[in-house]
Write a protein that binds this ligand. Structure first.
Ligand SMILES: NC(=O)c1ccc[n+]([C@@H]2O[C@H](COP(=O)([O-])OP(=O)(O)OC[C@H]3O[C@@H](n4cnc5c(N)ncnc54)[C@H](OP(=O)(O)O)[C@@H]3O)[C@@H](O)[C@H]2O)c1
Length: 292
């Protein structure tokens, strides 16, 4: 099997680049070797590499900046995945693509299933939804995994920001009204690899059989305040923390350029029934991620 991995230096892509090593021949690229905002660049790379499977871990993920760069975000997140899907279909290859809980508006009040109607409330969510739709409309063989609150220690993310804030401030205020599933990039990569390994003998046939949209996150959920408290409790260098106090706060008190959905917990039952690979709770994943 020949895998083309795109976005190999991102949070998820960096982990995929390691977990894919034993799966077959791997071509791992990132910007500028491929520019997901440029359809010609995408076509050229896929036609040169001729993979059996394309894994797209690229994305424009700066949620606030997307509000002021909507065209670029749409090109990378919305249009690019559709071009990838067209090229994959021409080759008879499978496409594995990631999307986000931010396709939902967060008002449902219980966990979202794949049947729920998306209704993005920020540009990032709109562009990621456009990408899902672009992949689906091509009608090839694909897996789309919607995930949420992805973190790794390698790049700035909520976990690294909380650790940093706690070293600079006496007290922290963290919102307790945003609720979702903190998902460790390594866990997502390992599950993705196991799924690919399940179909390794016939990757195109396997993905054809499973083609669809799935929710795939850690096995449970929490609010950002609970998450931050656990990050500080598990901090391997806790003696460096200045913060003696962590207070719950409300999203309304921290205005940001992009509005965030408040309750975007994803229900992963469809994934569990289809792939039968257990999901790890967010506390366990976090303790492993911070055990450095
Ligand atoms: N992060 C989250 O909280 C979160 C939540 C839900 C879903 N997701 C989804 O999960 C997937 C992986 O996200 P992640 O957190 O691993 O993202 P990430 O760390 O931001 O990585 C994205 C990768 O895409 C690359 N990229 C950006 N623009 C590109 C372009 N024009 N052409 C080619 N590559 C480009 C980035 O390169 P540079 O570093 O050079 O820009 C980076 O390597 C994405 O589909 C994302 O939407 C993420």
């Amino acid at each position: 099997m020949k895998i083309l991995l795109l976005g190999s230096t991102g949070q998820v892509g960096w982990e995929l680049n390691r977990t894919f090593l034993t799966l077959g021949e791997l071509v791992a690229l990132d910007y500028p070797q491929i520019d997901m905002a440029d359809p010609d660049s995408i076509r050229l790379v896929v036609q040169e590499v001729k993979p059996n499977l394309i894994v797209n871990a690229t994305a424009y993920t700066n949620v606030d900046k997307a509000e002021i760069e909507p065209e670029l975000a749409m090109a990378i997140n919305g249009t690019g995945p559709g071009i990838l899907a067209q090229e994959a279909k021409k080759l008879g290859a499978g496409l594995l693509h990631y999307s986000t809980d931010y396709v939902f508006d967060g008002t449902k009040g219980s966990s979202y299933t794949e049947e729920d109607q998306p209704n993005p409330i920020n540009v990032y969510g709109e562009t990621k939804l456009a990408g899902e739709e672009a992949v689906q409309i091509v009608g090839g063989t694909y897996l789309i995994f919607r995930t949420s609150w992805v973190y790794s220690l390698r790049r700035p993310c909520f976990v690294t920001k909380v650790l940093e804030w706690a070293r600079k401030n006496d007290a922290l205020s963290i919102v307790d009204d945003q609720i979702s599933n903190p998902t460790w990039a390594r866990m997502l990569a390992e599950v993705t690899s196991q799924i690919i390994a399940q179909g390794q003998a016939q990757p195109e046939d396997y993905i054809k059989e499973k083609t669809g949209l799935y929710h795939l996150t850690s096995g449970n959920s929490c609010n950002r305040y609970e998450w931050a408290k656990e990050i500080l409790a598990l901090d391997p260098m806790a003696s460096e923390q200045l913060a003696h106090e962590i207070q719950p706060a409300k999203t309304i008190d921290f205005p940001t350029p992009a509005v965030r959905p408040l309750y975007s917990v994803l229900n992963c039952r469809k994934y569990q029934e289809c792939f039968n690979i257990p999901l790890i709770g967010w506390e366990k994943s976090l303790s492993l991620a911070l055990d450095v």
